[in-house]
Write a protein that binds this ligand. Structure first.
Ligand code: BDP
Length: 717
């Protein structure tokens, strides 16, 4: 009897209480708890005066209604008269704004906005203004964010404009619905049901992106399929573009370089061939028929087996310029990737992009931007910045970060990537004297570039919570916020996100922020400490596999990168080795090349270090390596303990999800630690330092592990 009453009660509860499934992301608009703020907000937002009418403004109004209803319990009335507590939302050119004395400092462009507390007829009002409706939408999201994070709405004087013109997500989504390096389910784009059926998810996706200022989406994988450029697909692409447009989001596609052959039936894709040129012109004109504000192409050419201009003995510039020519007429751009390397080239992989692209500086058309990964190898847990940043002074370069955690624990590890993004952006390239940070290179200020862009490889899929791991949402969020303003600190961003996603309680915010802030360094320690890189599982990149060797491509093996031998470990990239350091500006070169000055986080990236050489801690390299691995795994235990203290402060659904994932992460961290320490021990021939517990299983056990279910693997049963 008692049991059935209890079950009935459970059922009612689960029906009435909305499950915290993560779908709302950071747009949860939880009711405000602080009584003083409730009063202040209610006084500040009584009515709305909205100048104009457009799909974007309708979205804006809807968002405001949803947010305020949910946070404060009412829908502000829309009015034509201005009184105390009016929020005026109107473009700078509107008559109503011209009457108000708004101070605009410098340019705010088409997307920047102003939020100001002003007086109109002596009545205190809040003004949100900008040059376009999308700017007003961004401003509205900002106002809502201030409330979500419980900030005062008094004396507002905000003016902000994005640091990059183009702020895109790169979806590595295949036309068959799979996602290359996707760990959150399948592709959002349902090519089968489009264009007739447009999923609510597309709208929610656009809304989430607009809330953080992302203004472009590259729908398809860089390993491109030419079919997306055919009319059958273009009408589907057009349906998505129509949904995204009022949110200020443009659609881009990846262009397969051999498309003129594959879908154009031409005998060649040689970029200097007249029929090929014409084919691209016609194709681009056709795309614009479907999508009048099409953003342009992303191209991966002559890399990892993709076709490209070099198949015809032409340069990357020749290739990019043909597409750029076709797009120029319509205002589109080409994002041409510098992620190129070839195992037939006998040089250090870390050097190849620079070697190929640096001589092409100044040879690209003005609507081409070269897309460079943050580091010279490939989205490793930690890399030094890519030497191309600052080196191509006459070419706009854009940043490519990977938000999806291909090499950083996929969707089982809690890793906050803003710290990684910031470390790279804040590094000084010294290319035009001191202060030439990577951020200044890519935001165009260093070399006065007009076209600026940033890309993040998306971590989004059909999983209910979008990103797989509840904390992976923070990486999407942080990417967007940094794309808008790279000067925000990673802590600031984490705290904003926590307040919107979990709680505004200061001690909860600080406890979760501490977990997030330590998470990246922790992962680096248990995976690739001291500058190690690319020692993960073959092809799926899951789990440790420093033993990989003798494969058809040396540059895809682990031994190529760690170079462990009886004397020591690490890749000598100084003048006695591959001399990759020479690709950096002199002051940076000097530091990286010096065994004493090289930051320890990059030690084994640049140096082959003897097992018994001393490092900064006073330990030998071998002892330090072991300590780092153990420290990393122990720090995951610490993350688990910290999460336990949040039990009463986090909803049960997400609490248990994260708890389970942290337990998996701990096992994985211990696995990494044991496998790597035991494997490197076969070279160092030294015991694991006293005090560190010996791995419970022998190396052979870790080497025998297989992961047929690792994401992206096609199992052979
Ligand atoms: C590598 C990924 C591969 C991508 C490639 C790229 O493993 O799937 O195609 O990057 O960025 O890290 O093109």
């Amino acid at each position: 009897m008692f049991r059935s009453i209890f079950l009935a009660w459970l059922c009612i509860c689960s029906l009435s209480a909305q499950a915290e499934d993560g779908y709302q992301l950071w747009l949860r608009y939880e009711p405000i708890q602080n009584a003083t703020l409730i009063k202040q907000y209610k006084n500040t937002i009584r009515t709305i005066v909205l100048a104009g009418e457009s799909p974007t403004l309708r979205i804006l109004q809807q968002e405001l209604n949803t947010g305020i209803k949910s946070m404060l319990g009412y829908v502000p009335a829309v009015s034509n008269t201005i009184g105390t507590g009016t929020v005026i939302i109107a473009p700078l050119q509107a008559a109503i704004v011209k009457q108000i004395s708004v101070s605009v400092a410098g340019e705010i462009g088409l997307e920047g906005y102003i939020i100001q507390s002003v007086k109109v007829n002596n009545k205190p009002v809040v003004l949100i203004t900008g040059n376009t409706d999308v700017a007003l939408l961004y401003g509205t999201f900002h106002l809502l964010r201030l409330m979500q994070t419980e900030q005062p709405l008094q004396n507002l004087k905000i003016q902000t404009a994005p640091r990059f013109n183009v702020r895109v997500l790169n979806h590595w989504d295949n036309l068959d619905g799979t996602v290359e390096r996707g760990y959150a389910g399948f592709s959002l784009w349902n090519w089968h049901k489009l264009p007739g059926y447009t999923d609510q998810r597309y709208i929610d996706y656009a809304r989430a992106n607009a809330s953080i200022g992302i203004n472009g989406t590259v729908l398809t994988n860089v390993n491109a399929n030419a079919w997306v450029l055919t009319p059958a697909y273009l009408q589907k692409v057009a349906a998505l573009a129509t949904i995204f447009r009022p949110y200020g989001i443009r659609v881009y596609l990846t262009a397969r370089f051999s498309a003129p052959i594959e879908i154009g039936k031409l005998p060649t894709a040689d970029p200097l061939n007249e029929s090929v040129k014409q084919w691209w012109k016609d194709k681009v004109a056709e795309i614009y028929q479907y999508v009048p504000d099409f953003g342009g192409f992303v191209v991966k050419a002559n890399s990892e087996g993709q076709p490209g201009p070099q198949n015809y003995n032409r340069t990357h510039a020749d290739g990019a310029n043909v597409l750029a020519d076709a797009l120029e007429l319509h205002g589109g751009i080409v994002m041409w990737r510098a992620f190129v390397y070839d195992d037939k080239v006998p040089d250090d992989r870390a050097k190849q992009a620079y070697t190929e692209f640096k001589p092409l500086d100044g040879k690209f058309k003005s609507n081409v931007i070269v897309q460079v990964k943050n580091g010279p190898i490939d989205f490793q847990p930690r890399e030094p910045f890519h030497p191309l940043f600052g080196a191509m002074k006459a070419t706009p370069l854009m940043m490519e970060f990977q938000i999806t955690q291909e090499y950083l624990g996929q969707s089982t590890n809690l890793v906050y990537l803003a710290n990684l993004f910031k470390e790279c952006l804040d590094t000084d390239t010294h290319q035009i004297g001191e202060g030439s940070t990577v951020a200044k290179v890519v935001d165009g200020t260093l070399t006065h570039q007009k076209l600026t862009a940033i890309a993040g490889v998306a971590n989004i899929g059909t999983d209910r919570n979008w990103c797989g791991h509840p904390f992976a949402q923070a990486n999407w969020y942080a990417y967007g916020r940094l794309a808008w303003n790279h000067q925000l600190s990673s802590t600031e961003i984490a705290e904003e996100w926590i307040r919107m996603t979990y709680s505004n309680q200061p001690d909860v915010v600080s406890r979760i922020a501490t977990m997030m802030n330590n998470s990246w360094e922790t992962l680096v320690n248990y995976m690739t400490p001291l500058g190690l890189h690319h020692i993960m599982g073959w092809s799926h990149h899951y789990g440790p596999a420093p033993w990989i060797k003798d494969k058809h491509r040396a540059d895809w093996t682990s031994v190529y990168y760690h170079r462990a031998d009886s004397l020591g470990i690490g890749f000598d990239r100084t003048a006695t080795g591959s001399n990759a350091v020479a690709q950096y500006a002199a002051p940076v070169q000097q530091i990286f090349a010096s065994r004493a000055q090289c930051p320890e986080k990059f030690l084994l990236w640049f140096h082959h270090v003897g097992w018994n050489e001393k490092v900064k801690s006073g330990r030998t390299l071998w002892a330090e390596l072991c300590h780092r691995y153990y420290q990393g795994a122990d720090a995951v235990k610490d993350l688990q303990q910290r999460w336990e203290t949040l039990y009463a402060h986090v909803d049960p659904d997400r609490f248990h999800q994260v708890k389970q994932l942290l337990a998996i992460q701990y096992d994985e961290a211990v696995g990494w630690r044991n496998a790597c320490v035991l494997y490197f021990q076969t070279f160092s021939k030294q015991p694991i330092p006293t005090g560190l517990p010996a791995p419970e299983k022998p190396l052979s056990y870790y080497m025998s592990l297989e992961f047929p279910y690792a994401p992206g693997i096609k199992p052979q049963w």
